[in-house]
Design a protein around this ligand. Structure first.
Ligand code: AMP
Length: 417
């Protein structure tokens, strides 16, 4: 990566304000999954060991939509992290009012700020209201952006160095992820962010071939830009999940009641033609597990590429699993984002777990396997095959935007090496 990291700067005695992704699931005050906290530990420990003063900040949940609730306070994470590190963590109940606590810090101390999204200007999201004139909307938006700058300045004032280790929000230009870099002298990457960008960056820009990408999930429209960008990079593109049926319909197949986005049919045709022109092996399901309703107890059967009236495709069939697995196993680089079917229901999980098993062989064969966040990560964890993957991304949205070829504001704003 061409961005500076924590290793490139002197930390002794310095105040390091670090954006982490502590957006963990919490229920009734209890953290249900601490993967994201564990992921940030390397950077946290490094700053402390080097004698820095560490100020941590993150968002959790969507307090702006639900109102401030007990389960979105960072105090829960501060207590948890304190126990994990065996160290007192000073919690500050307003992320923009930490002057006294930061001034009192000694080398090696940790302060954790309250949820940054308790301030609406962190995201500065702004939608035109019904009946609001264009002019009023513009003015409101500009005022919110000004407030965002003020919050970013305030957060910047707590540090000598900004460190971004939150890959999960790196695709957002928020006060604490990107705007802050305008108001602080030094901005570097943490180790987690560095690792994410190295894996994804190498895979996309410099892949060891054959390079196979697997895309699944519900909607084509969510992955339009990803398909388009990846067609310029991959040797094989594998499509599964609900998004496959729009492509099959575009090819002239019957798809029954399966998910379909009719407004994307033209796009699907263009992509199929583009794959042909570029010589990309574009794989679609050759058989499908269909159901008579969207239900865990539905009647099912396996059909070919045409789905009978009254039935819907909810998983790829066994021949498709074999076809996809063979393509995957011969790859040297694999990127996977999105399940092959409705894997939450047992009757429709074999496609996703079959693909998962094939992806798990890539690393053992000397290749690189990258799981791109979201539901594919849940499937990999559920299968117990997580240790066999080269890299499991901590950010679904961010990794998708990266695969689209977009620059991530939380990365580009850091200092170059
Ligand atoms: P996404 O958020 O786009 O990655 O989509 C994930 C969701 O797609 C999961 O909840 C799956 O159950 C769902 N999904 C996958 N395949 C299908 C399908 N054939 N029909 C309906 N939903 C599907």
């Amino acid at each position: 990566m061409n961005k500076k990291t924590l290793r490139d700067v002197e930390l002794k005695g310095k105040r390091v304000i670090m954006r982490v992704d502590f957006n963990v699931p919490v229920k009734e005050g209890v953290i249900k999954d601490d993967t994201r906290i564990q992921g940030a530990l390397a950077s946290i420990k490094y700053v402390i060991e080097q004698g820095g003063k560490l100020i941590l900040m993150s968002h959790m949940g969507r307090p702006d939509e639900k109102g401030i609730t007990g389960d979105t306070t960072m105090k829960i994470v501060a207590d948890y992290l304190g126990k994990l590190l065996g160290k007192e963590i000073v919690f500050v109940a307003d992320c923009a009012a930490a002057d006294a606590e930061v001034a009192a810090m000694k080398d090696g101390d940790i302060v954790m700020l309250e949820n940054t999204r308790y301030h609406k200007e962190e995201q500065a999201k702004c939608k035109q209201k019904d009946g609001e004139s264009d002019e009023d909307f513009k003015a409101r938006k500009a005022a919110l952006k000004d407030q965002q700058k003020e919050l970013a300045k305030k957060l910047a004032s707590y540090g000598d160095i900004f460190c971004n280790d939150a890959f999960g929000t790196a695709h957002r230009a928020h006060a604490s992820t990107a705007v802050i870099t305008k108001y602080i002298g030094t901005s570097v990457s943490g180790f987690l962010l560095e690792k994410e960008i190295e894996y994804l960056g190498n895979a996309v820009e410099n892949p060891v071939r054959p390079f196979v990408a697997i895309l699944g999930g519900a909607k084509v429209s969510d992955k339009l830009a990803v398909v388009k960008n990846l067609l310029n990079k991959v040797d094989t593109l594998i499509i599964g999940g609900g998004m496959a049926y729009t492509f099959l319909k575009a090819m002239g197949h019957q798809i029954g009641n399966s998910l379909c986005e009719d407004d994307q049919l033209e796009y699907a045709k263009e992509m199929l033609a583009s794959a042909k022109e570029k010589g990309v092996n574009f794989l679609l399901p050759v058989d499908t597990v269909v159901a008579d309703k969207f239900d865990a107890e539905a009647n099912t059967q396996i059909v070919g590429q045409d789905i009978p009236e009254g039935w819907m495709g909810l998983d790829i069939g066994p021949q498709t699993v074999e076809l996809y697995s063979n393509a995957i196993k011969s790859a040297k680089t694999v990127v996977w984002n999105g399940p092959m079917g409705v894997f939450e229901m047992e009757k429709f999980n074999k496609g996703t777990f079959g693909v998962c098993a094939a992806v798990a062989e890539v690393k053992a064969n000397g290749g690189i396997s990258i799981i791109g966040g979201g539901d594919s990560v849940a499937a990999v964890n559920k299968s117990g095959l997580a240790p066999k993957m080269s890299h499991i991304s901590t950010g679904g949205g961010a990794s998708l935007e990266y695969l689209e070829g977009k620059e991530l504001p939380g990365v580009v704003s850091l200092n170059d090496k």
